[in-house]
Design a protein around this ligand. Structure first.
Ligand code: TXA
Ligand code: MG
Length: 317
């Protein structure tokens, strides 16, 4: 960490101590961070994001040891943590610590924990004595922020310090696995492919039941909706549509008002990292979006999950 970063981390940790909000880069997306033990700071997150309801937040911790003090991980959880932390995995398990603000967990008996791997997130977590809650740093129901510019566009001066570390390396939120007696559940497909999680867990992950609370508050169907219509499985763009492409362009692609290709080489990892920036770019142009099909394998699961949500009709709230 050079002197400039040390100064930025210092400013950010002071803001967190004062109960203010900090935009924190992580390997997945930018997070809107606050002291997880400070109820007022946690409330400020919901106000800034204009979350319609108090969805529970992910508690970010500097170490797996600390995360284990916050949430009671079972054997499968321990295995997943050992394999993927620090990294883009969130585990939901019975809450163990009473230090975390009730609002952070929406008063559930469970808590979501994650140990991020991004060096700036790690430096920030090392600089403060408390864990950090950090939802994605976007306005509620907008796509997640994968750059400091996105954060500022959505949240502006509601954030005291924006730690700008450039584009988010993975670009997709963490995979969320719920632990419990009935076996692990994939609550949100994310930056770790399902098959990699299952290999380590040693069992198949059950699917989350969409729309059931309290399991899936952040899984509202239109959670990631852009403000323009989005059409899935498009093989070509109609005149006036923007084309969100993947792989080689189909014949007639010239008809599109704009073409943004997630990956010319059909690389799912590249596509994942570009997805949210592409949606924001096309949204800003205002034309309806035609999205080409993405294979339902590896990271394609999470990409398609976000695209389906973006295409779903808006729900109130
Ligand atoms: O990659 C990520 O996970 C990013 C970065 C910043 O770490 N964070 C993120 O947070 O995506 P957010 O708040 O946008 O999404 C958190 C998700 C929500 O869908 C929420 O409902 C779910 O985690 N969640 C949190 N606590 C839960 C709990 N106790 N039970 C079930 N779901 C929970
Ligand atoms: Mg979010």
């Amino acid at each position: 960490m050079n002197a400039e970063w040390a100064e930025a981390i210092e400013a950010a940790s002071s803001a967190l101590f004062a109960g203010e909000l900090v935009a924190m880069p992580t390997e997945t997306v930018y997070g809107l961070a606050a002291d997880a033990t400070n109820a007022e700071a946690v409330a400020a997150i919901f106000a800034a994001k204009q979350r319609p309801e108090f969805n529970p937040l992910i508690v970010h911790s500097g170490s797996a040891e600390e995360a284990g003090e916050i949430a009671a991980l079972d054997e499968i959880g321990e295995r997943l943590a050992a394999a993927f932390w620090p990294g883009p995995l969130t585990l939901v398990a019975p809450r163990r610590s009473s230090k975390i603000a009730e609002l952070a967990t929406a008063a559930l008996s469970t808590v979501a924990v994650r140990v991020p791997s991004h060096p700036v997130a790690r430096a920030l977590l090392a600089a403060v004595p408390f864990p950090l809650v950090a939802p994605s740093a976007n306005r509620s129901s907008h796509v997640s922020a994968t750059s400091a510019t996105h954060v500022i566009a959505d949240l502006g001066d509601l954030v005291s310090v924006v730690l700008d570390a450039g584009p988010s390396p993975l670009g997709l939120e963490s995979s969320i696995v719920g632990l419990g007696a009935e076996g692990p559940v994939l609550l949100r497909p994310g930056a770790i492919a399902r098959e990699d999680l299952e290999r380590v867990a040693g069992v198949a992950l059950r699917d989350a039941v969409e729309g059931t609370r309290p399991d899936a508050p952040g899984m509202l169907r239109s959670h990631y909706a852009p403000v323009v219509p989005l059409r899935l499985g498009a093989t070509r763009a109609e005149p006036g549509e923007s084309l969100l492409a993947f792989g080689p362009l189909p014949p007639g692609a010239e008809a599109a008002a704009t073409v943004v290709n997630l990956s010319e080489a059909s690389d799912l990892k590249v596509a994942a990292s570009r997805l949210f920036a592409a949606l924001r770019e096309l949204e800003a142009l205002g034309a309806p979006i035609a999205a080409m099909p993405i294979p339902e394998e590896g990271l394609g699961l999470a990409i398609n999950d976000r695209l389906r949500r973006a295409a779903a009709p808006k729900e109130s709230g």
